[in-house]
Structures are given as C-alpha cells and as structure tokens.
Design a protein around this ligand. Sequence first.
Ligand SMILES: Nc1nc2c(c(=O)[nH]1)N[C@H]1C(S)=C(S)[C@@H](COP(=O)(O)OP(=O)(O)OC[C@H]3O[C@@H](n4cnc5c(=O)[nH]c(N)nc54)[C@H](O)[C@@H]3O)O[C@H]1N2
Ligand SMILES: Nc1nc2c(c(=O)[nH]1)N[C@H]1C(S)=C(S)[C@@H](COP(=O)(O)OP(=O)(O)OC[C@H]3O[C@@H](n4cnc5c(=O)[nH]c(N)nc54)[C@H](O)[C@@H]3O)O[C@H]1N2
Ligand code: SF4
Ligand SMILES: [Mo]
Length: 698
Amino acid sequence: MTDPSETPDRSFEPNPTVCPFCGVGCTIEYAGRGGATGVEGPVNARGEICPKGAAAFDVVDHEDRLTEPLVRHNGSFVTAPWEEALDRVVDGIGGVIDEHGPEAVQFFASSNCTNEENYVLQKLARVLGTNNVDNCARLCHASTVAAMSERLGAGAMTNSLDDLREADCVFVNGANPAEQHPVAFRSYVLPAVRDGATLVHVDPRANDTTEAADVHVPLRPGTDIEVANAVAAVLIEEDLVDEAFLAERTTGFDRLRERLADVDVAANAEAAGVEPGTLREAARAYGEADRAAIVTGMGTSQHRCGTDNVHALLNLALLTGNVGRPGTGVNPLRGQNNVQGASDVGGLPGVLPGYEPVTDPAARERVAEEWGVEPPAEPGLTEVEATHRFGDDVRAAVVFGENPAVTEPNATAVRSAFDDLDFCVVVDLFETATAAHADVVLPGSAWAEKAGTVTNTDRRVMRMRPNADLPGNARRDFEVLTALGRRLTDRPEAFDYDGPEDAFDELTRVAPIYEGMSYEGIGDGYQRWPFDADEGSGTEVLHEEAFLTGERAAPLAVVDPVPPADELDAGELTLTTGRVLQHFNSGALSRRSDRLTAMRGEDVLQVHPSDADDRGVEDGDRVTVSNERGTVEATAEVTPAVREGVVFCTFHYAEPLANALTGDELDPAAKIPEFKHSAVAVEPAADAADGSEAAGDD
Ligand SMILES: Nc1nc2c(c(=O)[nH]1)N[C@H]1C(S)=C(S)[C@@H](COP(=O)(O)OP(=O)(O)OC[C@H]3O[C@@H](n4cnc5c(=O)[nH]c(N)nc54)[C@H](O)[C@@H]3O)O[C@H]1N2
Ligand SMILES: Nc1nc2c(c(=O)[nH]1)N[C@H]1C(S)=C(S)[C@@H](COP(=O)(O)OP(=O)(O)OC[C@H]3O[C@@H](n4cnc5c(=O)[nH]c(N)nc54)[C@H](O)[C@@H]3O)O[C@H]1N2
Ligand code: SF4
Ligand SMILES: [Mo]
C-alpha cells in the first residue's frame, strides 16, 4: 500500500451534496476540520443528519485510501501506472471474452455510486454482449421489487417520505428505521406517531424502533408469512377490510377469503412464537386506521421466501384499501444512497435502464439507437448465482464499489470462488477482502470527490457535487469506467462523454421514467420518477387511479408459509443478522471513522439471558458461533432485547465474518439469499486469546 505521507495535501471546500450512507438522501457538505455538516435539503429540510452523516468525511482523507493502481506481480500487488493497469484489464477481460465469450464475464455495479457511473457500467457490459450485470439491490430488496412489480407494476416506495407523516398507523415489518434510516424515522415517522399514529413493529428483537412502538410482534425469524396471514385473517374476521376498494381495485378476494378462513390465529401465533392477542392488536391497529402505511425492510426481504413474505404483506394493504392514497402504501426503505438509482439505470441482469425488460425487442431497439449496439435478449446472471459459477462458466469479474467477499452469504466459499476466476478487476477506495483476490485494483473516487446524481428511497433524483479533490493518483470512478468502455469495446465513441451530465442526458433519453429530467431542472432540489416533463414534477403517490401494471385492479395472493432452509438441530439457535446505527454494511467507511468506532468498536452477538445461562455464557464473554459452513468468534452481549432461541449479529466487520455462517440458498423468484435465518451452535470460546482464523480487516 502507498505510504500515506506521499499523499499530497488536498483541498476541500463546502458544496451541497448527498450523504454517502443510507437511501434517505440527506444533504451534507464539508464543514472544515475534516467534518461534515447537514445543510437544508429536499429530505432534511432543517439540515438534520445522523451520526454517520456527520462522520462522512472521516474516510475521504483516510490513510488506507488507495492512491495508485495495483497489479499482481508474482502473487503480490505492486503499484503500477494507470496505462499499465488498464492494459492489464484489457488483456484480462479481453482474453476471457475471446476464449469464452462475453457471458463469461460478470459485472458488479455499485449501489454506493452515482447513476451516471452505474449507467456507464451496465452499458459497458451490454455493449460487450452480456446482461451479466447486477448490484447489491439483489441482496437487499430484490424480493420486495419482484413481488411489488408483479402485483402493482413498480418495486419502489408507493408513497413519499413526506406523506408518511399523514399516516394514522405505521406498520414496520422487518425494518429498524430508527437506526438504519434515522432521519426518515425522526423527521417523518416520529412526527406521525406524536400526532397519534400507532406504530406496529414486527421484529424478533427490540431495538430503537421498538422503543417508539405501541405494538411489538417479536416473531421467530422466518415466520413473517404466518404473522401476515394471521393479521389478514383478523382483518376479514373483524370486518376491517375495505369492501369498496376490494370490489373496484382488487381481484381474487373470494379465493383469498376462503383460504384465510382456514387460518387459525392461535396456531399461527404459536408457530411465530408470539401471543395471539398481540397479532389481533397489530391487525386492529392497522385495519382501524384511516390511513395505514407499511414500511418494510430486510427482515421481510432476506429470506428464501422473501418474495412470498412481501406478497403476504401486500395483501394487507390491498384488503384494507391502503394503496393509492397519501399516508398509506407499501414502502421499502432502500439501502445505500443509490441502490434505487443503480437499479433504475439498468444495473440489473433482466432489465435495461428504466426497468425495460431485456426480453422486449422495442426496449432493446431504443437503447440500440443511442448506443449503436443492441444488447442481448437473454437476461444475465444475478450476483450470487454468478459467484456460484465462478471458475465454471463465469471466468472473469469486474467489481465496482462492492465487497462480495464480506457481504455475500457463505462468504468463505465466495472467497475461494474468486480465486477460481481467470481474471478479476476491482475498482474501490480500499484494498478490500474482495480486492485481495483480484488481479488488478483501480483506485476510484470517494463520494466527496464526485459529481453526478443519486436516487433516494422515495424516487428523488438529487445531485452530488465535489467537496474535495482526489488523493494521489486516484481517478474519478466515471473516468475509470468510461476509459474501460473506450478500451474494451469496439465502440469507443459510445463512451466518449463530456462529463457525467452528458451521460445523464443520455440516460433520460433511454429510461422512460427519467425522461425530461435534467441537471438544471434538479438544481439544489430534486426530480422524482416517474417524471412528467410537462408538469415539471414527479408522482408522489403511485397507483392512485390505476396500478402501474396499467390495470385498475391488483390481484390478491394466496401465500402459504415456507420453512427456512436451515433446520435447527437440538441445542441450536437461530442466527439472524443485521445492522446498527453507527456502522454501515461492510464497514468500509464507518469502521475507518474514529468517532463511529468510538461508539461501537466491533460486531457483537446478542444472546438472550436464558440461552446464555444454558451455555454458561456471561455478558462480554467470547463465544464461538458455528455451523457446517464455518465458525466465527465474537463477543456476547447478553440481553433480553433478542428473543429466546435467537441470536443476532451485525456484519460490519470482516472479522468476525458473520457471512461465514449464512447460507446461500436463494429465493427462487428474486434470487435473494437467506441472511436472516441460519442454524448455529453457540458456546463459550475455548480460549479467548487463541482468536479465530486470521484474516484481513476489510
Ligand atoms: N446504520 C446503518 N444504516 C443502514 C445500513 C447500515 O449498514 N447501517 N445499511 C443500509 C442498507 S444497504 C439497507 S438494505 C438498509 C436495511 O435496513 P433494515 O431493513 O432496517 O436492516 P436490518 O438491520 O438488516 O434488518 C431490519 C430488522 O429485521 C429484523 N429481523 C431479523 N430477522 C427477521 C425476520 O425473520 N422477520 C422480521 N420481521 N424481522 C426480522 C432484525 O432484527 C432487524 O432489526 O439499511 C441501510 N441503512
Ligand atoms: N449477513 C448479512 N449480510 C448482508 C446483509 C445482511 O443483512 N446480513 N445485507 C446485504 C445488503 S442489504 C447489502 S446492500 C450488502 C452490501 O454489500 P456491499 O455493497 O458489498 O457493501 P458496502 O459496504 O455497501 O460497499 C462495498 C464497497 O463499496 C466501496 N465504495 C464505497 N463508496 C465508493 C465509491 O464512491 N467508489 C468506489 N469505487 N467504491 C466505493 C467500499 O469501499 C466498499 O468496499 O450486504 C449484504 N450482506
Ligand atoms: S439518515 Fe441516512 S442519509 Fe441521512 S445523514 Fe444519516 S446515513 Fe446519511
Ligand atoms: Mo442493502
């Protein structure tokens, strides 16, 4: 790694831009002395931010930043000039394409990067002749998007953050917005609660969100369908459905009613490990509200039955007429600051920019007019499917701003799969665990060094502006990707852009939902999709008169419970994984912030006191957590916040590697893995001093 002392002094200046962390999309800028401040923006109208936003600059000038390209030489990395590194990429990727065809290359797009960057990356894949491009929306809300697109015609939040304030009930299923979307929670959900809205929280753990809840349903992980079906059965039994809406805007009610008549609320409650009365209370809170909004997160989506989980939730909204009006809807809170946009611009294997199916000849024709090449008609591989085929029919990978060696399930297998590739290039800020398996690592630009746009959780496209110049010989991601396009494809002119704005203009011509948007129009504010250029605005509440499927009515669905992939043997506990306020995903940014690590310095395992007692574990003890996929060691936090029989661990540190334990069976419809249910044995660590297997900290 480059000696940080070689990094020349850098210049910083305040310029309103979007926080690099969660999908809420707060506006921040440089505040001097290495700090960020919130400034009044479209989402954070009073300039409010959370601790991560305040620490966002801590990583920009960090000594670990890559400042020179790295190429592998005799097994180790050496720094190299850009020309040499790019030549190596052209040889590596080009060689694989020559020998095995473009389908042998997988592209990982980045939910942490801009619309323009992701647009160029997916265009690169498709101009080369493959739809093998995906982003970690796959690991996140792929199931939500699959279910919502099928039933309603769009996978994004049906409503806006603003109109969450209008809700009389907020039904939070498998999400912890108080920690994961703090400004959305404090500035939009809590005001509704203060105005009298009831908050229902369906989560196996009590956390900061639960503190504000009126009803907590502490279900067993993996029993969301049992809970939603019981709630639906109570809605029907207690006549809390909206007959007029059912008649006009839904189909399939008779069949669903018939099936739900067989649901025994007490039996479902027992399966979910909760009181039947609690399920009835949750149903009444939701069904009696004039306007009830569902907020859904990873607890719902990250299961082998994630799509079915969301189908079961969608029934609740349709049964009660809670769609198409302010303060209602089904609202997936999106993950990173641009996971929505990375998907909108076509960073997915089945769709072109604007969610136009690759299988649609007219859609392919439209991009061909702009690109000069028609993309292939067959959908490409999703992320986890692709890593499963590394060394087999997938021989090379381009990994842009993602760290699958830490964040994909069954990560030990993922790491060795990377070694089976003929060639891998990583574009990142740091020498990550994934980069450790690459042939070339290119130093990209951090959030504060880039211009472009990102699309937040409520479909608002906002502008990012540079607050810092680049460290050392790092280059802007946009320049890196367009250079790869010019060198790797036989259409160099298709990657000749006059900066990100030029690429955005092209995007607005090929993605119907972005049609009519412009940098000038966005200005310091936002433009929301689906955008209406004549009106100069976007639609805040979707599905008002008709669903985006084009139909006036949406189908109700019969959903049967699906058992989790891992069965628990005697003495085993259910491991579920997730996040805390102070850290972010693989921790690449948050772990490098002293102020954030001072608040939380490691991934801990939450264990219920009675499970801890049974195993002779005390608070603060080191424990081993193991199953057939791996063994990790972590510090136990003994707390009644987690339900008995369940342990919870975050995945923000590469060591312990929580994903060494998670299974890689996929939801058949959405290909999302089961991060939220694994069988594990937990026992006191033999000797804390031994430590577990050594690994890099990225
Ligand atoms: N501070 C912080 N904020 C973040 C992130 C971060 O890493 N840190 N990451 C961003 C990203 S990429 C995303 S996708 C979002 C995710 O935001 P959330 O969806 O809120 O994230 P998680 O913590 O993974 O899961 C939410 C809750 O699901 C619960 N849960 C576990 N298993 C089950 C189950 O079987 N059923 C139900 N109903 N609940 C269950 C967990 O206890 C947890 O409290 O957050 C974004 N914001
Ligand atoms: N066990 C478990 N695993 C999970 C989950 C879970 O709940 N439990 N959640 C899943 C979810 S929802 C998600 S979204 C994934 C997240 O998975 P990842 O996307 O892999 O994780 P991140 O930490 O968000 O970011 C990955 C990389 O992006 C780099 N990066 C950040 N900004 C930039 C930039 O501007 N330019 C470039 N070039 N690189 C940049 C960072 O340095 C980091 O190495 O994890 C998934 N994994
Ligand atoms: S709520 Fe999300 S976008 Fe806002 S400051 Fe916190 S991490 Fe950043
Ligand atoms: Mo995510």
